[in-house]
Design a protein around this ligand. Structure first.
Ligand SMILES: [Zn+2]
Length: 1079
C-alpha cells in the first residue's frame, strides 16, 4: 500500500540514515550532510551556528540544570575512579545489605502456613551467596578506561578490563572447579567480592551452608536439582506429563556432541554455592541425601513425589533480590552490570547507562564471537520500554537543545552524542563509539578537555554524562518540515443493538464526561492540548460537529462506507475545554438517540479508515479509541466471516488461526502506521469475532486490545471503566520511530512489538505509551572485543503530549567476553523469558505449535547443557546443574509452554489465544514475568493491622490449604480463592455472610464493610489494581466449585489443565535432555 505518510512524502521519506532515517530525510536536503564518507573528513560541522548549545535549561517542567545536586554527587563517583578501590559510594549503595541479607532476614510476617515458614527459612539462607557483597565494580572500575581517559565516566570506562578481572573471585572461569558457579543473578558485578580474593560472603553468615568453595554438599543437593532422586527422572516422569516431550535430542549444537559430561572429575556438586547449595541444602526435608544418580534411574520406576522445596523457587529468587536491593540506590555507572530484578523496588541513579526501567538485556556480557553465541544458544536481546514512567523520586529526563542544527551526531552512522563518544585532539574532534568515525566538533560545541581527556563541561551536559536524555528535535525531524500539530483522540462508539442493550454506550458516554477532564498532559503544563473528536457507528458512520460556538452538536451521517471520507473538518476535532458544553450535550444525547435501534450489523474497517482520514485532514497524529461489539458482517470493506475451525488445532494448519486475513486490514495498518494513527480496540464479543484480523491494526500501531467476553454491566462494568481510565490517561508519545544502533561487531536484527516496519531498521509506532516495550534481538557481524565492550543506543523520535518533536536517547554498554561463564553469570532470566515468549508467539504464525514447543524445550536443554559442559564445576552426572542467574529459567519456560497460544487444546477459544498472543508482543519484562509466574498471596493469616503485603508463595496446589484464603493475580486476571474450610469469621469479615455456603457463585466484588479484614483485603486488591498496567476483574472462587478451574490454570508449577507438564516433571525431562546432549 502506499506508505504514504512517511514514504510518500518526499522530505520525510528519503532519508534513511538517521533515526530511522531522518537526518537527511526529514530535513531540507541542502543542509544535510553526507552520510557516509569521510572519516574525519572535513565537516560541515564547523559552520554550525555558534549559538545555542548548552543545555538548555530544562524545558518545560524539567528539572533545573544539573548543576549541582543532580550531577555533583556523581562527580565523586565518576570522577574519581582511578584510585578508588572499594569505592565507598558503591558500598553504600549495594554494599550494606551484605550481611543483612543473611543475618537479618527480616522477621517474616507470620507465615500463613507451615509450608511457608519452611520455605522462608530456606530462602533466607543462602542464596545469593555472594550477593550483597561489596560492589566489585568498584574494583574494576578504576582501570579500564577506554582509550582516552576521556571521562572517567560511566560505563565504558569503568569497564572491567577483562571479565575475568572483574569477576575476581567468584568464578575462576575455567579451571576446574569448585568455584565456578556463577554468582547470582542479579549481580555479577556487584555481587562479587570486591577484591579478589575472598570468597564472597557467604561463608560465615550462611548458616550451615558451606561456603563456596567447599564441597558444598554434604548431603544436600547442590542445586536443588532434582536430578531427581533416582526414581524421579527416569522415563516415567514423562509419562506423567501432560504432553510428552519430544524425546529426540536436538540437533547438535555447538560443541555438545563431543565428549562426555562433566569431564573432569566429579567433585562436588555444582556448587553454585550460594544459590542452590545454600538454600536448598539445609532445610530440605525432602531432599534425599545423595542423589542417586542417574543412569539407572533413567529407566526407572514411576516418579516419586519430590518435595517442591527441593527445586529452585521463583519466590525465593524474588525475595532474595528484594532483600538485597530494596531501598537501595542503583547507579548505572558500570558497564555490563546486571540490574536488580523487575520485582524489586529500588531507586535508579543514572550515571551513564540507561536505567533498567528503560532497557533490560538477556545477558549483560555478550559472547565475543558468533560461534560462542551459537554454542550456548542464549539469545542476545534487549527489551526496551522507551517511555517508561519513572518513580517520583527519580530525576526526569533532561531536555537538551543543540540549536538550529539539531542534535550533534556522528556523520557516518548518525549515532547521537552520548557518553561513549571520545573527544580527542584537544576537544576538536570526537571519535564515534559506534562506528569509530572521527568527527569534527562544531564550533559552538567546542570545549576544552581536562587532564584526563574529559570535557570540562562534562557534568553540565546530560548527553555527555547520562545514559538517558532527550534532544529537542528541529524541523528536520518533522514531517514535511513542519512543527507537528497537537495530537488528537477520537472516540468511536459502536451503537448497534448489543452495545445499547448492555448499557455499554451509556456508561461510556457518562465516563467520558469526567475522563476528558483528565486527558494526559505534559508534566507541568496547565491543561492538555490534545484535541478530541466523536464518531458513532453501526452500518453507517455518524460524525459530530462539536464546535464551541454551536448550541447543539450536529450529526453528519456517512453511509457510503466503501469510500470513506470525513464530512467535516472544522468542528470535528476540538479542544475539550473550549467545547465542553457541546460535548456534554452530545454525550448526554447519544444513548437516547440510539435507544431504540435494532441494527445489529456493524462495519469496522471503515471506522478505522475514517479515523485515519480525520487525522490526515487535521495534519496531526493521534489515537482512536474504538468500542466494538461483534464481528463486522455488514457489507463494507473489511467485512469478516467466521473462519474459526477447531479441527485445525494440532495440525500444520493451526497457524492460520493466528494469521490475520490479508487485504483491507493489512493496508489499513500500513496507512495508520504511516500517518501516526494508533488504534486501541475495546471489544465486547459474545462469540468468535476473528480477533486476529480485527486486532491487526492495533498490533501494528502501538495500540492495545481489551476484551470483555459476554460483557455484563454488573460484573464487568467497573473492570472495563478502570481499563478505559488507565488507557486514556496514560503517558504517551505519538508518531514515533525508533532506531537501535550498536557498536561494531553486532547489530539489531529482529524486532518484536506492536510495531510496523517498512525496512529492516526503523521501528515505527504510530504511538507508544509508557507501558509498551519492544524486544530487539542482536546478532554478531564480527568478533567483539573484550576491552571495548559493546554499546547500544536506542533513539526514539516522537511527538510529545504537547505536540513537540523530541528525540529520546537511551544508551547502554555491555561487557563482552570469550568466557561463557561470564555470559551465564550475567544473564537475566526475566528478560530471557520475555524474549522467548515473543519469539515463540511469533513463530506460531509460521509453524506448528508443537514444533515451537519442541524448540523451546530443546533450547532450554542446550543452554543448560552448554553451561554444564563449559562453566560448571564437575559434578556427578546425576545432577542437573543450573547457572545461578538462570536458576528458575525452567519454571518460566514450562509456564510459557502452558500458555493458551502454545497449548493445543480445542477447549480454548481461538480469540482468547489470539488475544494473549498479541498482548504479549508489546509487553515489558515486568509484565511477562508476572504473567508467567503469577503472585499467589496467602491472606488468611495476615495481620490486618500491618501495612505489609503478605509474602507470596509458590504457584502450586501444594501451597493451598483447606482453611486458607489466597489472592492470585498475573496482571490480567485476579482471583480470591477460599478454601472449603474457611473460617466463618473470615467470611463474615469480608462478605458479611454467615458462611462460605452463602457466597454467590459469580461474585466479582468485595462489599465495603467496616471490618479490619475487609478493609485490609480491599486495600490489597486496590493497590494491585492501581499498580498494574491493566485492570483485572476479580473472581471470587470457592475450593471445589466449578469456576475454580479458572484459578487452577494459573498454578503454573502444577500440571497444565490443557496439557503441559508440572514444573517438577519438566525439570526431570530437561535433565534427561541435558544428559543426552552431554553424552
Ligand atoms: Zn558513528
Amino acid at each position: 500500500m502506499s506508505q504514504q505518510g512517511y514514504v510518500a512524502a518526499p522530505p520525510y521519506s528519503q532519508a534513511q540514515p538517521g533515526m530511522g532515517g531522518y537526518q537527511g530525510g526529514y530535513g531540507p536536503s541542502g543542509t544535510t550532510q553526507p552520510l557516509y564518507g569521510h572519516y574525519g573528513g572535513p565537516n560541515q560541522a564547523y559552520n554550525a551556528p555558534p549559538t545555542a548549545g548548552m543545555l538548555k535549561s530544562p524545558a518545560v517542567g524539567l528539572p533545573p540544570t544539573p548543576a549541582s545536586t543532580q550531577f555533583s554527587p556523581n562527580v565523586q563517583q565518576n570522577g574519581a575512579h582511578p584510585h578508588r578501590y572499594p569505592a565507598p559510594p558503591a558500598i553504600s549503595a549495594y554494599g550494606q545489605p551484605a550481611q543483612s541479607t543473611y543475618n537479618s532476614m527480616p522477621p517474616q510476617p507470620p507465615p500463613s502456613t507451615q509450608q511457608i515458614t519452611n520455605q522462608m527459612s530456606a530462602m533466607s539462607m543462602g542464596n545469593y551467596a555472594s550477593g550483597p557483597a561489596a560492589p566489585m565494580n568498584s574494583v574494576a572500575q578504576p582501570h579500564l578506561q577506554r582509550p582516552p581517559p576521556a571521562m572517567g565516566q560511566p560505563p565504558p570506562m569503568s569497564t572491567p578490563q577483562s571479565p575475568t578481572a572483574s569477576m575476581p573471585m567468584t568464578s575462576p572461569p575455567m579451571a576446574g572447579a569448585p568455584m565456578s558457579p556463577p554468582p547470582m543473578t542479579g549481580a555479577p558485578p556487584m555481587g562479587a567480592p570486591p577484591m579478589g580474593g575472598a570468597p564472597p560472603m557467604g561463608a560465615p553468615s550462611m548458616a550451615g551452608v558451606p561456603p563456596m568453595g567447599a564441597p558444598p554438599m554434604a548431603g544436600a543437593p547442590p542445586m536443588g536439582v532434582p536430578p531427581m532422586a533416582g526414581a524421579a527422572m527416569a522415563g516415567p516422569p514423562m509419562a506423567n506429563m501432560g504432553r510428552p516431550f519430544p524425546g529426540s535430542p536436538p540437533p547438535g549444537v555447538g560443541g555438545f556432541q563431543q565428549a562426555g559430561p562433566g569431564t573432569a572429575g566429579l567433585q562436588g556438586f555444582p556448587q553454585q554455592p550460594g544459590q542452590f547449595g545454600g538454600p536448598m541444602a539445609g532445610p530440605q526435608p525432602g531432599m534425599p541425601g545423595g542423589f542417586p544418580s542417574g543412569p539407572s534411574q533413567l529407566s526407572g520406576p514411576p516418579q516419586k513425589k519430590l518435595d517442591l522445596d527441593s527445586i529452585p523457587s521463583t519466590i525465593e529468587v524474588i525475595e532474595n533480590d528484594r532483600l538485597r536491593y530494596e531501598g537501595q540506590i542503583y547507579t548505572t555507572n558500570i558497564r555490563g552490570q546486571v540490574p536488580p530484578l523487575v520485582t524489586s523496588q529500588f531507586t535508579v541513579q543514572d550515571q551513564g547507562n540507561a536505567s533498567p526501567r528503560f532497557m533490560r538485556c538477556t545477558t549483560y556480557a555478550l559472547p565475543c564471537t558468533a560461534d560462542l553465541a551459537k554454542q550456548c544458544q542464549v539469545p542476545l536481546a534487549a527489551i526496551i520500554k522507551p517511555l517508561a514512567l519513572l518513580p517520583k523520586n527519580e530525576t526526569p529526563l533532561y531536555v537538551v537543545n543543540h540549536g538550529e542544527t539539531g542534535p550533534i551526531r556522528c556523520n557516518r552512522c548518525k549515532a547521537y552524542m552520548c557518553p561513549y563518544m571520545q573527544f580527542i585532539e584537544g576537544g576538536r574532534r570526537f571519535q564515534c563509539a559506534f562506528c569509530n568515525c572521527v568527527n569534527e566538533v562544531p564550533v559552538f560545541y567546542f570545549q576544552h578537555l581536562d587532564h584526563m581527556g574529559r570535557r570540562v563541561d562534562f557534568y553540565e551536559r546530560p548527553e555527555l554524562s547520562l545514559g538517558s536524555y532527550e534532544f529537542e528535535a528541529t524541523l528536520d525531524y518533522c514531517k514535511n518540515n513542519k512543527a507537528p500539530n497537537p495530537p488528537a483522540f477520537i472516540f468511536m462508539i459502536d451503537v448497534s443493538y448489543s452495545n445499547i442493550k448492555s448499557g455499554l454506550v451509556k456508561i461510556i458516554c457518562n465516563e467520558l464526561k469526567t475522563l476528558l477532564e483528565k486527558l494526559p498532559k505534559e508534566e507541568g503544563s496547565e491543561s492538555s492540548v490534545i484535541k478530541v473528536g466523536f464518531v458513532t457507528y453501526n452500518k453507517v458512520l455518524h460524525f459530530y460537529n462539536v464546535k464551541s460556538a454551536l448550541a447543539q452538536p450536529q450529526m453528519m451521517v456517512v453511509s457510503d462506507t466503501a469510500e470513506m471520507f470525513v464530512p467535516l473538518l472544522d468542528g470535528f476535532l476540538v479542544n475539550y475545554q473550549d467545547s465542553k458544553a457541546v460535548i456534554y450535550n452530545l454525550l448526554d444525547q447519544i444513548p437516547d438517540m440510539f435507544a431504540d435501534t435494532n441494527e445489529s450489523e456493524t462495519v469496522f474497517a471503515p471506522v478505522i479508515q475514517a479515523g485515519v482520514e480525520a487525522l490526515k485532514a487535521a495534519e496531526c497524529s493521534g489515537k482512536l479509541f474504538i468500542f466494538h461489539s461483534a464481528m463486522p458482517t455488514a457489507e463494507a470493506p473489511g467485512k469478516l466471516k467466521n473462519r474459526d475451525d477447531k479441527k485445525l488445532i494440532n495440525t500444520d494448519k493451526e497457524k492460520t488461526l493466528f494469521q490475520p486475513q490479508k487485504g483491507v486490514y493489512e493496508q489499513l495498518a500500513k496507512d495508520c502506521a504511516a500517518n501516526g494513527c494508533s488504534v486501541d480496540l475495546f471489544l465486547f464479543p459474545s462469540q468468535y469475532v476473528d480477533l486476529t484480523t480485527m486486532a491487526s491494526v492495533p498490533s501494528h500501531t502501538g495500540g492495545s486490545v481489551f476484551k470483555y467476553n459476554n460483557f455484563q454491566m454488573e460484573t464487568d462494568g467497573d473492570h472495563f471503566l478502570r481499563d478505559l481510565r488507565k488507557d486514556v490517561q496514560k503517558s504517551i508519545g505519538f508518531d514515533a520511530v525508533m532506531r537501535v544502533r550498536t557498536s561494531t561487531g553486532f547489530r539489531a536484527t529482529d524486532f518484536f512489538g506492536a510495531v510496523h516496519m517498512n525496512n529492516t531498521t526503523d521501528v515505527e509506532m504510530a504511538a507508544v505509551d509508557c507501558d509498551k516495550a519492544v524486544t530487539v534481538e542482536f546478532k554478531h557481524d564480527d568478533t567483539l572485543a573484550e576491552d571495548s565492550g559493546a554499546m547500544m543506543q536506542c533513539a526514539l523520535l516522537y511527538t510529545t503530549l504537547s505536540g513537540q518533536r523530541r528525540l529520546r536517547i537511551h544508551n547502554l554498554s555491555l561487557n563482552c567476553s570469550s568466557q561463557l561463564s561470564e555470559l551465564y553469570k550475567s544473564c537475566e532470566t526475566d528478560a530471557l523469558i520475555n524474549f522467548f515468549a515473543k519469539s515463540a508467539y511469533r513463530a506460531i504464525l509460521n509453524q506448528p505449535v508443537k514444533n515451537v514447543r519442541e524448540i523451546l524445550v530443546n533450547q532450554t536443554a542446550h543452554i543448560l547443557a552448554c553451561y554444564r559442559k563449559n562453566c560448571a564445576s564437575p559434578s556427578p552426572p546425576s545432577q542437573l546443574v543450573l547457572p545461578d542467574a538462570m536458576k528458575v529459567f525452567p519454571v518460566y519456560m514450562n509456564s510459557l509452554m502452558k500458555t493458551a497460544p502454545l497449548v493445543t487444546s480445542t477447549e480454548l477459544p481461538t480469540d482468547d489465544r489470539a488475544h494473549q498472543r498479541l498482548s504479549v508482543m508489546g509487553m515489558s519484562v515486568e509484565e511477562t514475568q508476572l504473567l508467567l509466574y503469577p503472585r499467589l498471596i496467602p491472606l488468611h493469616n495476615m495481620d490486618p493491622g500491618s501495612d505489609a503485603l503478605p509474602a507470596p508463595v509458590r504457584c502450586s496446589e501444594e501451597r493451598l490449604s483447606d482453611a486458607g484464603m489466597f489472592l492470585l493475580e498475573n496482571g490480567h486476571s485476579m482471583f480470591l480463592w477460599l478454601g472449603q474450610a474457611s473460617s466463618p469469621d473470615v467470611i463474615q469479615g469480608i462478605f458479611d455472610l454467615p458462611s462460605l455456603g452463602h457466597l454467590q457463585p459469580n461474585t466479582t466484588a468485595l462489599p465495603e464493610l467496616d471490618t479490619p479484614l475487609s478493609k485490609k483485603v480491599r486495600s490489597i486488591v486496590g493497590d494491585l489494581l492501581e499498580k498494574r498496567t491493566n485492570s483485572m476483574k476479580l473472581h471470587v472462587v470457592r475450593q471445589k466449585d466449578k469456576p475454580e478451574i479458572l484459578f487452577r490454570q494459573f498454578l503454573v508449577e502444577d500440571k497444565g489443565l490443557y496439557g503441559g507438564a508440572s514444573y517438577m516433571d519438566f525439570l526431570c525431562h530437561v535433565y534427561r535432555e541435558v544428559r543426552q546432549l552431554l553424552t
